[in-house]
Design a protein around this ligand. Structure first.
Ligand SMILES: NC(=O)c1ccc[n+]([C@@H]2O[C@H](COP(=O)([O-])OP(=O)(O)OC[C@H]3O[C@@H](n4cnc5c(N)ncnc54)[C@H](OP(=O)(O)O)[C@@H]3O)[C@@H](O)[C@H]2O)c1
Length: 315
């Protein structure tokens, strides 16, 4: 009797939200997982270690660490952080990691970038003008995607996540969303443009599904969200989950206000980019649910993250 060898996956951003969730999912499936971390003593790294993830100390600029991490791997999850002062950095790292991965024998890649990539697709005319700063950011993401697509892998899939549900709690709330603690969220959406919210665990579920069924996912670029909600509805659910009777009001900027922020080159894209209003043009929840059923709702996410919600808003 022949047995299929257990796959081994190299996960970038393993101590982060989507990478971490993926590591734990894959270990739960009995797969081998390898990764690098710059801090093996962090709580996330310790949890991965306890789950049986093989961790190599090092960063994305450390070829030796990447070589060691990629040893024996046949699949790669590529999720890199943007550098908003050096838009070449992430593509450069993507090219390095994909080349080393191919040399190590990896033949299957899943890359996770951003829903915004759809807005600068070749031949696509964005519904509204995109600011130069946001455009440079998305072009950088597109180059990461291209490194995955052109990397010479037998199978590739690109996941483009929407707005993380986790942005409203620690630690991600620090990246531009702490205003919600004061009872408002000023943003460049409109009252009826749906906010495409995604649970990072769902991103991991899509990645795991693609790794399990390469043929079905190969060559696909998927906009990934878990639920779409009007912003005020999301704020109401957030306020309700805090549970102290407060309300959080969505404040919609005027076009002039948005334009002024855009002109400044703000990295707070949800208060400087009107194209965000059209994010649901690039997602198909019906199709997504066929790929991965029972996607997370914001309400359930807030319940699952109850401790983080309380810590963020009540401590
Ligand atoms: N927030 C949103 O709404 C949203 C929406 C769409 C897309 N995204 C994209 O999602 C990505 C972030 O994913 P995430 O939130 O899951 O990650 P995260 O929680 O921010 O975690 C960051 C990870 O990157 C690793 N890392 C950072 N710098 C590194 C370096 N120089 N070398 C090696 N590893 C490094 C960290 O590892 P160690 O510290 O352990 O080394 C950690 O595992 C970004 O590219 C962002 O653009 C975010």
């Amino acid at each position: 009797m022949t047995t299929t060898p257990t796959p081994t996956v190299f996960v970038t951003s393993a101590t982060g939200s989507q990478g971490g969730a993926l590591c734990h999912l894959l270990r739960g499936m009995g797969w081998s997982v390898r990764a690098t971390t710059r801090d093996a003593s962090s709580p996330a790294a310790k949890a991965l270690n306890d789950a049986g993830v093989h961790l190599t100390p090092g960063s994305w600029d450390d070829e030796d660490a990447l070589h060691e991490g990629l040893r024996g791997c046949d699949k790669l999850f590529l999720c890199l952080l943007p550098n908003l002062t050096d838009f070449d950095q992430a593509p450069r790292r993507a090219e390095l990691i994909t080349r080393l991965a191919r040399e190590a024998g990896v033949d299957h890649i899943v890359a996770s970038t951003t829903l915004g990539s759809f807005m600068v697709e070749e031949g696509h005319v964005p519904p509204v003008k995109i600011g130069p700063f946001f455009s440079a950011h998305i072009q950088s993401k597109k180059r990461v995607e291209q490194a995955a697509i052109d990397g010479g892998f037998q199978y590739w899939t690109v996941l483009r996540p929407g707005f993380f549900m986790a942005n409203f709690v620690e630690p991600k709330i620090q990246f531009g969303y702490t205003e919600t603690k004061k009872g408002t969220w000023t943003n460049s959406m409109t009252a009826d443009s749906p906010l495409g919210l995604v649970d990072h665990v769902d991103i991991a579920r899509f990645a795991a599904a693609a790794f399990q069924d390469p043929g079905r996912y190969h060559g696909r670029t998927l906009g990934v969200v878990s639920e779409e909600l009007p912003v005020q509805e999301a704020m109401d659910q957030l306020a309700e989950s805090i549970g102290d009777g407060r309300s959080i009001k969505a404040v919609f900027m005027t076009d002039e206000e948005v334009e002024r922020e855009q002109a400044k080159g703000s990295w707070l894209f949800f208060s400087s980019e009107p194209c965000i209003r059209y994010m649901s043009n690039y997602t198909d929840l019906g199709e997504l649910n066929q790929f991965v059923p029972e996607l997370m709702t914001f309400r359930k996410f807030l319940r699952r993250e109850e401790e983080a919600v309380k810590e963020t808003y009540l401590s």
